[in-house]
Every structure is written in structure tokens, then in C-alpha cells.
Write a protein that binds this ligand. Sequence first.
Ligand code: NAG
Ligand code: NAG
Ligand code: NAG
Ligand code: NAG
Ligand code: ZN
Length: 451
Amino acid sequence: MLPGATTTTTLGSTLLLSLPFFSVSVLAHAGAHESARGLPGPGYWYQRDNHPVHDLFKRDSAGATDGVSYPAVGSDGWSNGWPTQWSNGSPTPRAEWVTALNAAVARKAIPTYAPSTVTEDGGIPTYASGLNPTDASVCSGTYGCAIPGDVWNAPDGHIGISFDDGPLPPTDPLLDFLDAQTGKPTVTHFFIGSNILEQPAQFSRAFARGDDLAVHTWTHPMMTTRSNEDVVGEIGWTMELIHNSTGGRVPRFWRPPYGDTDTRVSAIAKEVFGLTTIVWNQDTADWSLTDSPPGTSLSAINSSYSGWLKGSKSPGLIVLEHELSNDSVNAFKSAWPEIVAEGWQISSLATLIGNGTVYLNAVDDTAAVNPVQDVVLAASVGLPKSSSAAPTQSGANLQAGGAGAGTAASAGSTASAKPTAAGTSAAQISFAAPSVTLFLAAFAAVLVVVL
Ligand SMILES: *[C@@H]1O[C@H](CO)[C@@H](O)[C@H](O)[C@H]1NC(C)=O
Ligand SMILES: *[C@@H]1O[C@H](CO)[C@@H](O)[C@H](O)[C@H]1NC(C)=O
Ligand SMILES: *[C@@H]1O[C@H](CO)[C@@H](O)[C@H](O)[C@H]1NC(C)=O
Ligand SMILES: *[C@@H]1O[C@H](CO)[C@@H](O)[C@H](O)[C@H]1NC(C)=O
Ligand SMILES: [Zn+2]
């Protein structure tokens, strides 16, 4: 573990209350959310109508899809027009996304410090001198620092199930297993764009069974090492591929590879794309089962799971797991009976964190994709549309505080350097303006339109 990391992280909550500089950073953060005016809900879309990203994800009509015809997943038409799979470096972003990025930078919504550097993916990123990765201004996930608004913990008593790095061939045995369980539980997949193009069958199967689809970048880099434009390219293309392969659903959640995010990266995800960042609070290290020599074993994972499941239910569990190999799937299968037996409330992670709404413009894989009601909503609740709009999120962010993450990644530059956030009492569940008023207003607005 890195010297001082835990102490500093714990200090985060104290700093929040005491130090003037932190209020400044909170204000900057709050101002960052002028376009984040509340939770998506029926008829509600995160970005303003005139937001450049909006054009790409425009809804044409209500219905089971967004009214646009998309090529069948797996067809030639479907696989055309995307960046190179596993391209060297991040894919070049679309011009619209860069426009949105530039607008966010101009309104000071994105911290301006330089990307970190790392010798090898999975290693410990270093920042330019003068930047402290455990300070709230940077708050590196790899160092165990949890950014207000990012999600590290599940609500008490709940376990949110998710798998990273698919779709891949082991997705099939995973889904076979889930289909064989009582109630055919659904799970969240943090999918890699490049893998979606390579495994359309597994992608379609996950979507068809109602699993929640979320973003895990195009080439799986350590995101804090990438430029703003690279971050936008990594997220944007994966988001667009999921969108175009699900009848127009816009993902609401993403997970940074290696848990490597910081205030710059999480702000880009939120400000440009409306995504909420989800990390984890327990790590199986199941991805290292197939290393040689293996970094862990099925029995080690089994006993870790046992400890977590029999331990405190506060906060709830978000366990890092992968659909990378049959063995990583087997690790989950072996834990499942105990997950069920220990009395946890079990659900797909995105459903849990999103209270049932897993896409920005649709509740789930089968509910209608909603048309835009943004103008109506803004008019009916008096929300300004200009960039000087009052943020609606600062309260939620303030409450989230800087605590929550625990131990930082172990030092050493191997791929095993992943953060394992020890569970703490301060649940890091924070959302954009959970405002009942906004929700009601949104419903009212829709009614007005319908009438
Ligand atoms: C994705 O779908 C949109 C229509 O919603 C279309 O404009 C865009 O070209 C598609 N992307 C690709 C790479 O085919
Ligand atoms: C993984 O398991 C499936 C059956 O569940 C099997 O068909 C496949 O060959 C296995 N893959 C490897 C690499 O062992
Ligand atoms: C551990 O393995 C045993 C035997 O395979 C299994 O019954 C149990 O549910 C597993 N427990 C966990 C927590 O993985
Ligand atoms: C989900 O529900 C909980 C409990 O009612 C609430 O605290 C939280 O803000 C909600 N989150 C979202 C995203 O709606
Ligand atoms: Zn990953």
C-alpha cells in the first residue's frame, strides 16, 4: 500500500468540513454540473437539447426503439464504421464529442491538470509535482480516493452483481449458470467496445436476457494517463456502440479499467456523456487466475467471498468480478450459493445503483426508449438552459464527502495493483440531484405534451 494513502483518504471527510480550499473545489465541482440537472427518468434526458452530444443520441419518437433502424447486431452493416478494435492508443473522438468537451472545459467543469503517467497498465500512476493523488482536487481511484458522486459502495444489505471485460466466450457459461438459477437473476456487464465488435453473439445474448449494459472503454487503458480527447474517444465510441446495438439505449454507468479514475476523468464522463462512475469495494483478483503463475486461486477467492458475505452488511457489497475466463466465471459460480444463503439482497449492480433505471433514456432493455422532453421540462420547472444555470447537484455531492474508499492499491507495477476499497461506514452512493420535484415535474411535463 502506498504510504499515507489511507490516512489521507480518511482525512478527506475532515477536510471537507474544515479547509477553505476544499469548499472552493466543491464549488468548482458544483459549477461543473450545469448540464447535469437531475436524474434521468421517464421523458427526461440528461443533456440539454442544444448540447452537442445530444445530436448523436437524439430520440426521434417514442416506442420500443428510438425510431431509427439499426443494422442487426453481428451483421456486416453493424460492424462497419467503428474505430479499429484494440487500436493502438485511444480512438479519435467524434467532432461533436470534442465540441462538448471544449464547452465543458470552457465552463471550468473539467480540472486542468496534466494526465498521470504509468510504466505499465495496472501500475501506480504518478502525477506532476505539486499534484497530490490523494488530495480531493485529484482524488485518484488507484490510490483509493473516492470522488464525491462516484459510486464505490452498495446500499446496506445489498450486493450488486457485475462483470467486467466482456463480451467474451466465457460470457456463455456465465449466462448458462444465471439462466439455471431461480428467477434467472440479471447482472450488469461493463463491456469493452472492442470486445463487443468481436463477440456479437455474447453481446446479444446478454441484452436479450435483460442484463444491464454499461461502459468499460474501447481499449481498456488506465484512463488517468490519457488526454481529455482520448478519454472522450474511449468512452464515446463504446457508448455509441452499445446505443446502436440496443435500439438506441444510452448507457448511464461506466467503470474505469483498474478503477483508475480521478477528478478529471470522472468529470469528463459526467459532463460530456452524463455517465456515473462505478468502482467497487471488494476485489476478487479473479482476472489473475489465468496468469502464469496464477495471482490467486479458486479457493482463495472462495474464502475471500466467505469473509465478505459473513461480514458487515454496511456498506453493501460491490465485488469486482470478470467474465474473462472460465475460471473467473467458476469463482463466481462457487460463491453464488453463499451469496444466496447469507441473506443479502441480490441484484444487478446498475439496477441497484440506478434504482431500477439503468439507461439515461430508458428504464431497462425492454421498456420504451424515451423521446426528448428536455425543453418542456426546462420550461415547466423554470430551469435555465444557459451555461449559467444553477447546478442542482451540489448538495448530493457535498453529502458524499471524500470518505469511503479505503486502502489504496498495493505498490508495485504489476497488473495486480488494483484498489481494494475497504468498506467504510460512509456509503459512497451519490447521485445527480435526487429531486422528487424534478421527477414530478417531468411526469407533469410529459402529461402536458400528451394532452
Ligand atoms: C450509430 O447510430 C447513429 C444513429 O443513431 C448513426 O448516426 C451512426 O452513424 C451510427 N454509428 C455507426 C458507427 O454506425
Ligand atoms: C469454457 O467452458 C465451456 C463450457 O462451459 C467450454 O465449452 C469451453 O471449451 C471452455 N473454454 C475453455 C478455454 O476451457
Ligand atoms: C466455497 O466452496 C464451497 C464448495 O465448493 C461452496 O459450497 C461454497 O458455497 C463456496 N463459498 C464461497 C463463499 O465461495
Ligand atoms: C435510490 O433510492 C434511494 C433510497 O430511496 C435514494 O437515496 C437514492 O437517491 C436513489 N437514487 C437514485 C439514483 O434514484
Ligand atoms: Zn477491466
